[in-house]
Design a protein around this ligand. Sequence first.
Ligand code: NAG
Ligand code: NAG
Length: 206
Amino acid sequence: MASSLLSKTSCLSPLTLLILHFFCSSALAQKPGHLPRNEPLKFDFEPPIIGFGNEKVTHLHFYFHDIVSCPKPTAIQVARADSTNKSATGFGAIVMIDDPLTEGPEVSSKLIGRAQGIYALAAQEEVGLLMTLNYVFVEGKYKGSTLSVLGRNAVFSGVREMAIVGGGGAFRLARGYALAKTHTFNSSTGDAVVEYNVVVLHYCRT
Ligand SMILES: *[C@@H]1O[C@H](CO)[C@@H](O)[C@H](O)[C@H]1NC(C)=O
Ligand SMILES: *[C@@H]1O[C@H](CO)[C@@H](O)[C@H](O)[C@H]1NC(C)=O
């Protein structure tokens, strides 16, 4: 079910949480069309949605599959420096990704979105990625909505944190953070499954 895959909503204090959750849920229930879903975006100016009573915190949980191995890689190196081969940390390589985001750790589990963008090996002393990408949700109540991620990802550290710097659809004006933890890394293929907990502060129409 949609709400389980992009699950928990919590708010600032328990009372506001309850109120905001109610407002947000009822707004969504009454006006499902407020999310872009499969509708074309309206170009008209829409009144700002900022203000008390329509702010919410949403928690998203999913698994990110970075598949670099053949036959169907979802992450492909598109550029590298001449010196990249000599770098123990791969410094200077740039990788384009269209990585599946799934509900469970198996790549065959339900697809809820994709991570589309670029990561670059941006550190000389360790494997440290610059992540610049969008999560594009394809399932559930955030279908058609996006979140934009910018951050540093030292992939061999336990837990990494990246910033959510914006979004579209239900996530217009979003901000938040994403926590990443490697679930599995296959050192022979380079394929990785990464578990994500994402906390997003955003707005909904009331
Ligand atoms: C770096 O390594 C790759 C694969 O091993 C090879 O195809 C490429 O020619 C090398 N590049 C340089 C600049 O040595
Ligand atoms: C790594 O991938 C190879 C090739 O798909 C597979 O045979 C191997 O079992 C995998 N190793 C782990 C630890 O999953």
